[in-house]
Ligand binder design. Structure first.
Ligand code: HEM
Length: 117
């Protein structure tokens, strides 16, 4: 089960890389590219999967801090909402405004919550 858990952690980190890396890469173009949207969706799916596996295996190495998870989930919803809205505006040829920065910035906040809390 540890292998499964660690593989989901790897997917979770790759999702984070897609959002934060995508944000940095397209910062000057001001467009929300598809990998950012998919990465934001993946973070919610893999994050919830991590919580599910951690709860199921009852291993002291993988305890679930529910307050931290709730905060991360709310921030992840901000990331995905901003990414989806920014991409939709981009498809219509409209300016994405600050939605790209909201998605990227909130993802960085979630990295800090994950690493520092
Ligand atoms: C944009 C959204 C997110 C980002 C950028 C993000 C980022 C990260 C990072 C960088 C880690 C690794 C921390 C470490 O190794 O110490 C992590 C771990 C984790 N995240 Fe997220 N996360 C996001 C969303 C979520 C969501 C929505 C959930 C659950 C609902 C979640 C649950 C977890 C869990 C349980 C771990 C612990 C993995 C372990 O055992 O080391 N994350 N997250």
């Amino acid at each position: 089960m540890d292998l499964v858990y660690n593989l989901i952690v790897a997917l979770h980190l790759l999702g984070m890389a897609a959002v934060v890396g995508g944000w940095i890469a397209v910062r000057s173009g001001r467009t929300v590219i598809a990998p950012i949207v998919w990465g934001a969706r993946a973070q919610i799916v893999t994050g919830l999967a991590l919580v599910g596996v951690a709860s199921a295996i009852n291993d002291p190495e993988h305890t679930v801090n529910h307050t931290k998870i709730a905060v991360k989930l709310v921030i992840a919803l901000v990331v995905v909402a901003a990414a989806e809205m920014g991409a939709a505006r981009g498809r219509k040829g409209k300016d994405t405004g600050s939605l790209l920065d909201v998605a990227g910035g909130a993802a960085v906040v979630n990295v800090l919550v994950a690493a520092v809390w």
